[in-house]
Write a protein that binds this ligand. Structure first.
Ligand code: URA
Length: 410
């Protein structure tokens, strides 16, 4: 395989053969193809796109870069959910333990922060001791015991996505339909699911800015899923303002815990229920009962304990990662909040340290925004619009100014 020729072929709008894609992904996974060549290829794909046949080949090659989970005959229905990425999107932290109340198995493989969006793995790792790197054997044992596991791509499962995901995050190549389809569906297909629900976001804080683009992405993912025998459904959801009231890793875990305790923000709870009912055996009212009566929270405690965290810390989780500087962001007028721009909040949170600029960057779990108000609410002059959690006074000041640029009050 001559990688520069493949990059040039894609750069000029050519169609890559199945064998070429397989060799490229195998070479990238083994380390034979370096990051700089894969980065150039990702950019060529970003500009030239891929045909449905190429996208299917890429998805399959990435899935086959590692193991595909195989379950015993006696296993219950295997289900999962995946989001295309949003701001303040902590749905998975609530939905995975909730679904596990329903006599199904949820072998959730998630990702880290990507572009301006946060990642489930980074949020989980803000729980001290929580490991997202389980072996396949540990994964299977945990499913047998508690019906849910939340892990990342590993050297065993979807290693190609583990590398390419991190590379896309820092090379400006995230919002490409074929790359998103292959990234999401390779992980989900490696889970050998019976049913999958996709939360496809559109709007300011999503990779797909328009509903039409989100629809096209949803159709492409559903086609790949169904072709592989997975009952795949997609829900389109707006991502113009942050989900819930918090953005930032530990801050979002606090909000997820409140939701698992039957409280939490209304929009988060609704979205968890909307998505869960697409794949659960039970109806919405039973799912609500499991959130309200502590059943889902007790699965969450077992999940945290099984993966190395301390469930006793969960009730005071807001105190686990205190930021050096916490500052109110105040409105300079009264009126109705018309906009809190998710992209602005996501970008500012990334700059505070909640995401990465280079693949080697460490995440700061403590930073971000909380107590974010919602659009449609009335606000008075001088009232708080949100709080910023930052490492320094200067960074808090900068982030507060950025946040205000995304706000419209009339
Ligand atoms: N989630 C993923 O796993 N991959 C993407 O490319 C986008 C969202």
């Amino acid at each position: 395989m001559h990688v520069p020729s493949l990059i040039e072929k894609k750069r000029e709008g050519g169609i890559l053969e199945d064998a070429e894609i397989r060799q490229l992904i195998a070479g990238y996974t083994s380390g034979e193809v370096p990051d700089y060549q894969m980065s150039a290829m990702a950019m060529a794909i970003f500009f030239q796109g891929m045909s449905p046949v190429e996208t299917a080949s890429l998805t399959r090659a990435m899935m086959e870069s590692g193991e595909v989970l195989s379950f015993p005959e006696s296993a219950p229905r295997i289900v999962d959910k995946h989001s295309t990425g949003g701001i303040g999107d902590k749905v998975s932290l609530v939905l995975a333990p909730l679904l596990a109340c329903d006599n199904v198995w949820v072998p959730m493989i998630s990702g880290r922060g990507l572009g301006i969006t946060g990642g489930t793995l980074d949020k989980l790792e803000s729980i001290p001791g929580f490991s997202v790197n389980l072996t396949t054997e540990e994964t299977m044992l945990q499913l047998e015991e508690i019906g849910v596991v939340m892990i990342g791509q590993t050297a065993d499962i979807c290693p190609a996505d583990k590398k390419l995901y991190a590379l896309r995050d820092v090379s400006g190549t995230v919002p490409s339909q074929p790359l998103i389809v292959a990234s999401i569906m390779s992980k989900k297909l490696a889970e050998s699911l019976d049913a999958l629900v996709l939360d496809v976001k559109f709007g300011a804080g999503a990779f797909m800015k328009t509903k039409e683009d989100a629809e096209s992405l949803a159709n492409a993912m559903c086609d790949v899923g169904r072709e592989m025998g997975v009952d795949t459904k997609a829900c389109l959801n707006p991502m113009d303002e942050p989900l819930g009231h918090a953005v930032g890793n530990a801050l979002e875990v606090v909000e997820a815990i409140a939701t698992l305790r039957g409280g939490g923000p209304a929009d988060l709870r609704e979205l968890v229920l909307d998505l869960s009912e697409q794949i659960a055996h039970v109806d919405r009212s039973q799912l609500e009962t499991w959130l309200d009566d502590g059943t889902a929270f007790s699965v969450w405690e077992k999940l945290v304990a099984a993966q190395g965290g301390n469930p006793e810390q969960l009730d005071q989780f807001g105190e686990v990662h205190p930021a050096n500087c916490i500052k109110e962001i105040r409105s300079d007028r009264s009126g109705v909040i018309r906009k809190i721009d998710a992209e602005t909040v996501g970008r500012s949170s990334l700059l505070l340290g909640a995401g990465r600029a280079k693949a080697s960057d460490e995440i700061d779990f403590s930073v971000g925004f909380d107590q974010i108000r919602k659009t449609g609410e009335q606000i008075g002059d001088g009232e708080s619009l949100a709080r910023v959690h930052a490492r320094t006074e200067q960074e808090a000041e900068r982030a507060a100014n950025e946040f205000l640029q995304g706000v419209s009050i009339v």
